[in-house]
Design a protein around this ligand. Structure first.
Ligand code: UT7
Length: 323
């Protein structure tokens, strides 16, 4: 049975760090409020002239180096972003050009904070059905460009960054001990549009708009949807929550992450946390966290990793992978 194996991870964060104290000088907030309600202490912000494609390319180069694969092996780039360089073409094609990849296909996937899980699901299916052998899956964002920096309820929550994985098709016996992505589950429900959206776009306002969110309502849905999709994923592969070695969750709010871990009865030392340093980097948050924990040796070959995310749309999803 063909499986998509994660053979390399990489990430990139812009150099500039903005602390909560710095934000408290711009809007009526405090380090104490932000840290207590969200777990966030700082975020990275892209420099002027540094675009989503630049962050994505750096993360992709690192993932390819970790995989020890040449660009010529790549068949596919799937890039998840809600903050593309331009309205068109796809930011993935910018990355394709920057990497010097001159064949195959590159396109973007839009599912906001769930984007990386969606992109993994898309690439995994391409690999499983034999239409591609090697894929680069990227989550990259410059949310700092679509924030209302006078709105304290949103501007303190987000950051910029990128993460990438290289997936390669491999063969196995088809059970849960095989290396590779065991399952991906994605969902959406457009009825919740108004709870989290950017109030602009090429077809409506001809501007990118800024983030608008009813945080408390999103919070409630996040816990509910994540619990559901994690249960669905585990049931499909016939594994109990206790089999999970690492939870690599979307990093929106420490309280949401703790809630999800508690429901799975996972101790905090089996949860990868980056929200304190990265804040919410939307589609980049899961691959950034994955790359960090693989890079520092916490996540090792053979470990069972559960990735999950929920975001605007609403969209939500999970991916279970044996590393
Ligand atoms: O990644 C996509 C998915 N997104 C999420 O998962 C985000 C989910 N939501 C959340 O993480 C939380 O709801 C927030 C962090 C956004 C907000 O935390 P909360 O505990 O739900 O606070 P709240 O929105 O209920 O606001 C409580 C109070 C309000 O004041 P009043 O009305 O009680 O007087 C807000 O005006 O906190 C106030 N507030 C702030 N105070 C200081 C809101 N933002 C700030 C701020 N600094 N930055």
């Amino acid at each position: 049975m063909r499986r998509s194996q994660i053979v390399g991870c990489g990430s990139y964060l812009p150099e500039r760090i903005v602390t909560n104290d710095e934000l408290a000088k711009r809007v009526d907030t405090s380090d104490e409020w932000i840290a207590e309600r969200t777990g966030i202490r700082q975020r990275h912000v892209a420099a002027e002239g540094e675009f989503t494609s630049h962050l994505a390319t750096r993360a992709a180069e690192r993932a390819l180096a970790a995989a020890n694969l040449p660009i010529s092996d790549l068949d596919l780039i799937v890039l998840a972003t809600a903050t593309p360089d331009e309205t068109f073409p796809a930011t993935a094609t910018r990355v394709q050009q920057a990497l010097g990849m001159t064949r195959g296909a590159a396109f973007d996937v839009g599912a906001v904070c769930s984007g990386f899980i969606y992109a993994m699901a898309v690439a995994d299916n391409f690999l499983k059905c034999g239409q591609a052998k090697t894929a680069l899956v990227i989550g990259a964002e410059t949310f700092s460009r679509i924030l209302d920096w006078t709105d304290r309820s949103t501007c303190v929550l987000f950051g910029d960054g990128a993460g990438a994985v290289v997936l390669r098709a491999g063969e196995g016996v088809g059970d849960s001990t095989d290396r590779g992505i065991l399952t991906t589950k994605i969902h959406s429900d457009g009825r919740h549009h108004d709870l989290l959206f950017a109030n602009g776009g090429p077809s409506t306002t001809q501007t990118a708009g800024v983030v608008k969110m009813e945080g408390r309502k999103v919070f409630k849905h996040a816990i509910e949807k994540l619990t559901e999709v994690v249960g669905e994923s585990l049931a499909e592969v016939g594994l109990p929550a206790s089999a999970i070695d690492w939870l690599v969750p979307h990093q929106a709010n420490r309280r949401i992450i703790d809630g999800a871990a508690q429901k799975l009865a996972l101790p905090p030392e089996r949860v990868v946390i980056t929200v304190d340093r990265h804040a919410n980097t939307s589609a980049a948050s899961v691959p950034l966290a994955l790359a960090e924990a693989v890079g520092d040796g916490r996540i090792r070959p053979g470990h069972l990793v559960l990735m999950e995310a929920m975001g605007s749309g609403f969209t939500w999803g999970a991916a279970l992978a044996r590393m």
